[in-house]
Design a protein around this ligand. Structure first.
Ligand code: AHG
Ligand code: MN
Ligand code: MN
Ligand code: MN
Length: 333
């Protein structure tokens, strides 16, 4: 092994604030990474681990839970509920804020997560992921309740995602850029593989589920029509299209080579599809930290003040120039 490689532990010791809260944040992010290592192992085992298929339960989002949704949710809840790192947690798969066992110390942070993003791809062996967000816990002298978690994305102290793909990668920000780690599956150790990732400002690639064409709002129709018009259209260039249907995988491609991802609010889903606290905010923080932009269709994504734990929003996110075009089309409608 190359001893000079930066491990996640060393990176966190260097990049988290050098005080007690900073050390607690480093421990929390280690706990998240350790939990995701377990999830990566489970995803990699596929049908051999009896973790494919449905769990015979419907979550608070009205979605049928997969066995892997439940496994990943439990792995994160168990992996982060000790050591005085969090005061509470919230998840796409939990109805309300998760309260720690009585005998565990309470910490200064709240962890929010989408334990398994891209559930529809599990059984077809396509990349899935985990998305997480760290908020400060209000100093209320009691366990957090749902309302304590209704903080805008700008309040986040850290955010990240993991993609369980051909390799397992973790993209992380603690507010000083986006740094990507790759899991050495044999050693169980994360190594820094891309420091200070920046999204290309210009792009000619978009990601959207075109089967919703008939229900899109006018600015999105206009944008996609113009992309599809190619060199002779108003954009003057040919655009490529990709749609994995796991947001983390689509976004990891965009973080790597540029592009724009659209899941707008539309006539069938007037509040959008993606969840503000578990999907929109963490990805938006990473995107801004990488030099890109994130817009809900109404406002800068991280400025949105959530009113409900499982609130949804539209999301138009990616390379800055493309998001600026979309913002203009929304303002002109
Ligand atoms: P989740 O699996 O956590 O419920 O999220 C799925 C999301 C997101 O990953 C993806 O971009 C989108 O749903 C796919 O939606 P469609 O099936 O409508 O394309
Ligand atoms: Mn889901
Ligand atoms: Mn998701
Ligand atoms: Mn999910």
């Amino acid at each position: 092994m190359d001893q000079s490689r930066m491990t996640l532990g060393r990176f966190l010791a260097r990049h988290c604030p050098q005080d007690e809260k900073g050390r607690t944040l480093a421990l929390l992010l280690r706990q998240v990474a350790d939990s995701c290592r377990r999830i990566s192992d489970a995803v990699g085992g596929g049908a051999l681990r009896d973790l494919t298929g449905a769990a015979d339960n419907v979550n608070v989002q009205g979605e049928e839970q997969k066995k892997l949704d439940v496994f990943a949710n439990d792995a994160l809840l168990e992996g982060c509920s000790w050591g005085g790192t969090v005061a509470g947690m919230a998840s796409e798969e939990e109805d309300d804020v998760f309260t720690l066992p009585e005998d565990e110390p309470r910490g200064p942070y709240i962890l929010l997560f989408d334990p398994l993003d891209g559930s529809s791809n599990i059984d077809v062996n396509v990349s899935v992921g985990t998305i997480f967000s760290v908020l400060p816990a209000p100093d209320a002298g009691r366990d957090p309740v749902n309302e304590d978690l209704l903080q805008s994305g700008d309040q986040q102290v850290a955010a990240g995602y993991v993609v369980y793909g051909p390799s397992t990668v973790l993209a992380l920000t603690v507010g000083n850029g986006v740094h990507v780690f790759t899991l050495d599956r044999a050693q169980g150790e994360w190594f820094l593989t891309t420091a200070d990732l920046k999204v290309p400002e210009q792009t000619a690639e978009f990601a959207i589920n075109c089967s919703y064409w008939h229900q899109w709002p006018a600015p999105v129709r206009r944008y996609i029509e113009e992309c599809l018009a190619g060199e002779d259209g108003p954009r003057g260039k040919r655009f490529n299209m990709r749609w994995v249907a796991s947001m983390v995988a689509d976004l990891h491609r965009i973080f790597t080579r540029g592009g724009v991802f659209l899941y707008p609010a539309d006539s069938r889903r007037p509040n959008g599809r993606l969840r503000v606290l578990y999907e929109v905010n963490p990805i938006a923080m990473l995107m801004e930290q990488a030099g890109g932009a994130a817009f809900t269709g109404e406002e800068r994504a991280m400025a949105l003040q959530p009113k409900e734990l499982h609130q949804r929003a539209g999301l138009l996110i990616g390379s800055r120039e493309e998001v600026a075009v979309l913002e203009r089309y929304y303002s002109e409608q």
